[in-house]
Structures are given as C-alpha cells and as structure tokens.
Design a protein around this ligand. Structure first.
Ligand code: FUL
Length: 692
C-alpha cells in the first residue's frame, strides 16, 4: 500500500517552489523506528508465559539442581493457554523456553536438562513446539525468552557456554516458525548448581555475552524479530526499570547507544537520545512470575489491570502481561477470568470514538494543503496525519461536536515513522462557553491515553505547546468510557467510623445497614459513618451515566475498638493490630522466639464467643499456623478459650475466624505456637473478637 509520505514526495516533486515549498514532506527528526519496531509497537498487548522446574518447587528462580523428574504436569494444554490469551485480547505469547534454572521446555539436542528427561509425555514432549502450533491455530505471534544466565550448566562463565547458548538460540529460531520477539533477560544473580560446582559465578555483562554477534544470528534467522535486552546494549527494545506495571508519564522512545542511562531513568527514556529503543512494560498478573498456590487470591483485579493499561499502553509502551503456568500445566481460572474481564472493559472503553462524528480544524496546516489537514487526525488511519509548517512547533487542533458531548478519555498518536516530536501538550474543553483545561502533559509518542472526570463540552482544543519539530499527529480519540465499577472497600477504624471508597472516581456509593441490598434509593455515602457497636454494612457503586451498579460489598463489624489497648508492648506500631486497617501490620521483633503472644485489653468485660486473626498482607512470612487463644478478667488468671490451627493460611492469607462457647472476659491473648515456615516470625494485620 502506498503511504501518504510517498504522495507528499510526489506532490513536492511535481510542484514548483515558492508558496508550495511547505508541502515538502516533513523530514525525520532524530532517530526513527525500524519496520520491525513499528510492527511490534502496533501489537500493544501480549503475554509472557513463565514455566519451568521451579513451578514444582514453589521458587521464583530454579537453581539448576532441580531433578527433571519433578516436571510432571497432569493437564498441560498449550491450546488452553492460547485460548485464554486470545480471549484476553493479547496478540502474542513469549515463552520462557529456558529460564535461569537452565531447564529447557523443548528437547534441545545440546543438553540433557530438558523435557526429554521428564516424565511428561514419557520424555517425548516439546512445549515450544506445542505452543507454536497453538499460536498458529489462534492467530497469535510467538516470542522466545532464553535466559542468558544458566544455573545448571557447568560451563557457565566460560567461553564454551556462549557457543552452547547460540546453539540453543539457533534451534529455537529455526524450528518453530516465525518469531516476533526474542527476550534476553539481564538477571545474573551469581550462585547456582553449575553442573555440581555449587558456587557463585560472576560474569562481566558488558563483554561476556558478545551481544553484537548474537544479534547477528537473530537477524539472520528471524529478520522480522525484535530483540529485548536490558543491558542497554543497542537492542531494539528496552526495559522500563520496574516490573510493577508502569512507565513514566514522560516517555521518550530514545536512549543513548552507549547504554549509560541509570536504571531509575529507563522509565522516561532520553529526550535527545541517539538510539530508537522504545520501552516495554513487563509485569505479572500475580505478584510472582511463576505459579504459587498462595497467590491464587492475589490475582490482579479489573481495576488494577485497567490502571496498568493506562500506565503502559496509555503511555507509549506496549504491555507484556505475564501468566504463570500452574502445576497442572494450565493458566489458572482466576487469571483467565480477570484478564477476560479486562479485555472486555478495554473494548468497551474505546468502542466509540466521538471524533468520527465531529469536525476538526487546525491553527496551522502545512502548506495549507489537504494532505496535512486536521481531518487526517480524525480519519482513524495511522498513516495519514495533521502536520504544521516547519518552524511551527506550537499549534492547536480543535474538534467541534454537533451538540454538547460527554467524555472522559483523550487519546493522541504521533506519526512516529518520522520520529517522536511532541514535548508538551494540553487539552481544553469548551464547557458552557468557557474553556476549561483538562490535561497538561509532556510526551505522546506512538500512543498516549489519559482519563479524567467526565466533562460535557461542545469543543475540544488540543494544543501542542512545544515540540522538537513540526508535530505530526496521526490520530485523536475522544471517548466516554464506562466507569469500572468494582465492589467498594468498607473499613472501620478503631473509633468506630466506617469509611467506604470506590475504585473509580466518579461513581456514587449507596449503602444499607439493615442487611438489604443497596440501590440508588438507599442512603448515599457522603463521609464517615459513625458507629458505636455491632454493625453490618452493604455498599454498592452506581454510575449515573451508564445507570449501572457494581457488585455489592458486605462487611460485618463487632464491637468497636475505641477503648482497646495493647498490653505490655512498648512499640507504638503494635497498635496496627487493632486499628481496623488490613493494610497495616505489626511483626514481633526478630529475636523473639516462639511461642509469642500479644495481649489486648478490651476496656471492659465482654461476652466473647470467638476471635478473628488476619495475618500481615504484605509479606508471606510471619503467618501463624498453630495457636492458643486465652481470655482473662484480670490479666493474671488466664483461661484457654480455643486452640488449634489456621489451615491453608499460607496459600490463602485471609481472615481466620474461630468460635468458642461463651466466655466472659476483659483481656484476650493470642499465643502463636507455630508458623507456616517453621521459624519464629510472627505478624498480625488485625486481631478482632466476636461477641454474643
Ligand atoms: C527477571 C527474572 O529474574 C524474573 O524471574 C522474570 O523472568 C522477569 C521477567 O525478569 O529479571
């Protein structure tokens, strides 16, 4: 297909100079992307698959000594992976063909440390091969993660290993069809099995791998693949310096080829960098990259995934969202469900671009010709663009609706084929005859999406405040996205005040205290609800625009903690145990040996019929598994009211509720007799009681 740039050149060649000189095609500014990088950037969203022997030892990194016999999935099904990925709206899959453990998911002929020595399919299986077939079937692209660091190999650290590494790369890039991305993880931790040496080995990352020759191999075998490498060694794509799922608001697709950018600046890129190396946001759908049972309740929810989307795709960086494969060999149901809901929400958010029914005009149009007119920014084509005359780096484009129109998302795209140019821009809305600024931001790049509270306006003015050269805007989007309605959070503080918060910033919360399901006819939440005793609250978020409700949240609270005191512990942080907040926690001092105990004075005698314990939510340590619970009237004579274990608390660190026959008392004591890791760590987010 002929591109507009081609026409531009044609026109300028046919026309005489003078007034029409400005119709000369805009020239590239700074480094520009390759065809491979452009194709990759258009994918926007794809997945990682993390799977290895360490899936079966509950480790994030295998150390290379794991027996291949433990790799024995009962239901491994690459078609299920591909189905889930497709349903999630992703465009490709990058598989950890070999992670740091060195265990290969394909039967490499260069090592015995692979699926061929596992019981799976009697050693006849090939996961990379099965996945390549599944990707074809579901029209997904296939990418390869090959860890340079190999904790199994005896020759790791020696020159021979580089030959081994390249031999493996050759196998992977030859036998499985087209590969779109090759991922060379930069983690080089040091210690490992190394063929039995069990030692620490350090290499010089800058020289050991001789990347330029490895890249040559990739280019030769897979000319359409992009290369990811986090060591700044002139790869095609860069790490953004964090695995938490975001990139900087300012995000230049440039770095310096010298690789001299510190890790904490990778998220911003370098405005005047000499190398086009766009960022990719890599993060996992769970806290870990590999599967752990105890993270089944910590899969990212729809609102969190939406934030991740705006902080990656919405900031000029494709999203690489990881699925860990579980011990069965499948993507867990919760991960599949949450990512499918995420795909649906993204689709709904951007289903209707309101600019298509609007008119666009610009303060400056290059050569005053149609080829560069404002209309190109609302024609939905990435290949046509609005451009200004050379030297005009400050200009605006105005969108006019036929009637007052509500919206809450703004999207802009630059024509990056000729470089990333915009340094600063703002967006204003004409609301009842007044211009109101709704966005003031820095870079755009391939795509920028911003959301804000809904405004109703007749016009939208997008102004480039500063750019490296005449801005080239290929697309503008204005959307009225439905609010993401999640169940509200309900918390009560020690004094009894209940706070309810919604995940989104526009819905209205309604609540009831009588157990009935709330509707918009119920009480409207407008601030803390004071309570003095036992309370039940049900709350719901309601979006007036779409007239939709989210799911109902429900919380039951027992007596308030106003008069409660922690007894005999001088550390003020221990009050976190009774502050009503699940996000704060207190841990016993490290030198404290089991059994550990914590005593709480309830302020007056209560009729106790049970107690509740919530372990610290931030760490996977200090989870009490065996306990005794005591009640006393005077903090001297104690009676055991209940004892036992908190089963499955490691896997599911939720509220533990225990009941016992009515026991009167003013003091309670939770004694930890054992924890899930057989050490002495003990932590508490909350302790509460159940009364008659
Ligand atoms: C990191 C690795 O150490 C993790 O295990 C994971 O593979 C992640 C994508 O990259 O550097």
């Amino acid at each position: 297909m002929l591109r507009k740039t081609f026409y531009t050149t044609l026109i300028s060649a046919c026309l005489t100079t003078g007034a029409m000189a400005q119709t000369k095609a805009p020239q590239p500014v700074g480094p520009v992307p390759t065809e491979n990088q452009l194709r990759w950037q258009n994918l926007e969203y794809y997945t990682f698959i993390h799977y290895s022997v360490n899936t079966y030892t509950d480790q994030e990194w295998g150390n290379g000594a794991e027996d291949p016999k433990i790799f024995n999935p009962t239901n491994l099904d690459c078609d299920q992976w591909a189905r889930v990925v497709k349903e999630a709206g992703m465009k490709g899959i990058i598989i950890t063909a070999k992670h740091h453990s060195g265990f290969c998911l394909w039967p490499s002929k260069y090592t015995e440390y692979s699926v061929k020595n596992s019981p799976w399919k009697n050693g006849k299986g090939d996961i990379v091969g099965d996945l390549a077939k599944a990707c074809k079937k579901y029209d997904l692209k296939l990418g390869i993660y090959l860890s340079p660091w190999d904790r199994n190999r005896a020759d790791y650290g020696k020159p021979e290993y580089i030959t081994y590494f390249r031999n493996q790369l050759r196998e992977l890039l030859t036998n499985y069809g087209e590969i779109y991305e090759v991922w060379f993880d930069g983690a080089n931790g040091g210690s490992g099995y190394y063929g039995g040496a069990n030692e620490t080995r350090r290499i010089d990352r800058k020289t050991y791998y001789d990347w330029q020759n490895t890249y040559k191999l990739v280019r030769e075998l897979q000319p359409k693949a992009v290369i990811w490498n986090d060591n700044g060694d002139r790869a095609d794509l860069r790490w953004v310096g964090t695995e938490s799922g975001y990139v900087g608001e300012t995000n230049w697709s440039l770095l310096n080829s010298k690789g001299d950018v510190p890790e904490n600046e990778l998220r911003f890129g370098v405005e005047n960098g000499d190398w086009w190396v766009p960022g990719e946001v890599n993060t996992s759908v769970r806290p870990g990259w590999f599967y752990h049972f105890y993270e089944d309740s910590r899969v990212k929810s729809l609102p969190v995934l939406m934030n991740t989307y705006y902080n990656s795709v919405g900031r000029n960086a494709p999203l690489l969202l990881n699925f860990p494969i579980d011990r069965r060999g499948l993507i867990h149901e919760t991960d599949a469900k949450n990512t499918a809901a995420f795909a649906k929400a993204v689709k709904e958010a951007f289903a209707v671009n309101l600019v298509t029914a609007a008119k666009a005009s610009a303060s400056n149009v290059r050569g005053n010709v149609k080829l560069y007119s404002a209309a190109n920014a609302i024609d939905a084509s990435k290949e046509s663009y609005w451009a200004t005359n050379d030297g005009v780096n400050n200009a605006s484009l105005t969108i006019t609706f036929s009637k007052p129109t509500s919206f809450n998302n703004f999207m802009a795209q630059e024509y990056i084929r000729l470089g990333q140019r915009v340094k600063k821009f703002k967006v204003e809305a004409l609301v009842e005859g007044q211009w109101k600024e709704i966005i003031n931001q820095t870079t755009i790049g391939y795509k920028r999406i911003l959301r804000f509270p809904t405004v109703k306006a007749t016009q939208v003015r997008f102004t480039i405040l500063d750019a490296k050269a005449s801005p080239l805007i290929s697309n503008i989007g204005i959307y009225n996205a439905p609010q993401i309605l999640a169940a509200p959070h309900i918390v009560r503080n020690a004094a009894g005040a209940i706070n309810i918060t919604a995940e989104d910033n526009e819905s209205v919360i309604y609540y009831t205290r009588d157990g009935s399901n709330p509707t918009r006819l119920s009480s409207k939440y407008s601030g803390p609800i004071e309570t003095t005793g036992k309370t039940m609250i049900k709350a719901i978020a309601y979006d007036a625009n779409s007239m939709k409700y989210g799911p109902v949240a429900e919380e039951k609270f027992d007596i308030i903690h106003k008069e409660w005191k922690i007894v005999g512990i001088s550390d003020a942080k221990a009050n976190d145990v009774i502050d009503g907040s699940s996000t704060t926690a207190w841990y016993q001092p490290r030198d404290k040996k089991l059994p550990s105990e914590i005593v709480i004075d309830l302020g007056k005698t209560e009729n106790l019929t049970g107690f509740k314990y919530l372990p610290g939510q931030g760490r996977s340590t200090g989870l009490i598994s065996k306990y005794k619970f005591y009640v006393s009237n005077d903090n001297v004579q104690w009676k055991v009211a209940n004892e036992g274990e908190f089963s499955n608390i490691q896997n599911n660190p939720l509220w533990q509720v225990k009941s016992f026959p009515l026991t009167k008392g003013r003091y309670i004591k939770l004694q930890a007799l054992g924890n899930t890791q057989n050490n002495d760590a003990v932590g508490y987010a909350e302790i509460d009681v159940v009364t008659e």
